[in-house]
Write a protein that binds this ligand. Structure first.
Ligand SMILES: NC(=O)c1ccc[n+]([C@@H]2O[C@H](COP(=O)([O-])OP(=O)(O)OC[C@H]3O[C@@H](n4cnc5c(N)ncnc54)[C@H](OP(=O)(O)O)[C@@H]3O)[C@@H](O)[C@H]2O)c1
Length: 286
């Protein structure tokens, strides 16, 4: 598995396995399947409500903890210095581990700075090997970096052929922030898996559109976190290290960019209101 080196020297597998929207009763089996398939990087979050099941899947796989790269994310309900520290203790228990490889702030709202200082403490105490954020635009990254001691090492943002994040990627690269792609397939929206350009490029290489997308992310030095509950697709999604896209292929994919989210714009007031409602709806849920 190819890796990417974070600013602090930590190596992160470039391809990970995402567990968003996997039902609790399926998660442990899926995680064990993913590890058996060869994935060594698991991406979960407090707000996915499946950290316990991820922990069960990891134990069931029999793999040494040291061989895995495990990420979770602090949910808005737990923002603020003290609450963030407490919530991470709970996450560690659920995940059945005494450290995390990467801890992210899930959203750029509410008491981001208070929570970030908690992440800095966890990093200094050796509880987490790396810290970062998710859904931050460059200006929010700049703010967090300018008014704290440690700058985010990672930013996980929606990235796929229809929303390529070209300008944000340039900013992150310049500032030593590794980009992770959530929804690398855009959850299949807008015909992603049957897009004629992606399918035609795939045919030239004997690969699927999904594999072309993941390969395109690898070649842009962006970490990809595809999710699938199907073992055959997990196998397909990791089988991307035996071919390379040409400059012409990369240019064709670049032309698919709409610079628009397939989900919602995190910098809009509506997004803040939507997430605030979600926090209320999910309060206390385990
Ligand atoms: N930080 C954030 O705010 C945030 C937000 C969203 C997601 N994420 C992370 O990013 C991960 C991936 O994003 P996502 O789960 O939203 O979407 P995604 O990975 O873009 O798409 C997942 C969808 O694609 C299907 N699929 C997977 N591989 C396929 C293949 N080879 N051929 C055809 N269909 C395939 C899956 O179906 P099956 O499962 O039925 O195979 C599922 O419906 C998440 O699991 C999570 O870890 C983070």
């Amino acid at each position: 598995m190819e890796t990417i080196t974070l600013r602090n020297g930590v190596e992160m597998p470039k391809l990970g396995y995402g567990v968003f929207q996997i039902a609790k009763d399926e998660t442990a089996g899926c995680v064990a399947d993913a590890i058996e398939t060869g994935y060594r990087h698991i991406d979960t979050a407090q707000s996915y409500f499946n950290e316990s099941e991820v922990g069960i899947g990891i134990k069931a796989s029999g793999i040494d903890r040291g061989e895995l790269f495990v990420t979770t994310k602090v949910w808005l309900e737990h923002y603020g210095y003290e609450q963030t520290l407490r919530s991470v203790e709970v996450s560690l228990k659920k995940l059945k581990t005494d450290y995390l490889d990467l801890l992210l702030l899930h959203q750029p709202y509410s008491d981001v700075h208070g929570s970030w200082r908690a992440l800095e403490k966890l990093y200094r105490d050796g509880v987490v090997r790396a810290i970062g954020v998710s859904n931050f635009t460059p200006y929010r990254l700049a703010d967090l970096s300018a008014f704290n001691e440690i700058a985010p090492m990672v930013n996980q943002v929606e990235t796929n052929p229809f929303n390529q994040q070209i300008d944000a990627h340039a900013y992150m690269t310049e500032h030593g922030v590794v980009q992770e792609a959530w929804a690398p397939f855009g959850e299949g929206k807008s015909g992603m898996f049957t897009n004629p350009t992606l399918v035609a490029i795939g045919e030239r290489h004997g690969k699927s559109a999904a594999q072309v997308i993941l390969r395109w992310l690898m070649q842009r030095d962006i970490v990809a976190l595809p999710k699938s509950t199907h073992k055959k697709r997990m196998e397909q999604n990791i089988d991307i290290f035996d071919f390379a896209l040409s400059d012409a292929d990369m240019a064709e994919i670049a032309a698919l960019d709409t610079k628009t989210s397939l989900f919602f714009d995190h910098s809009s007031p509506e997004a803040v209101e939507r997430l605030a409602r979600l926090v209320e709806e999910r309060k206390g849920r385990e």
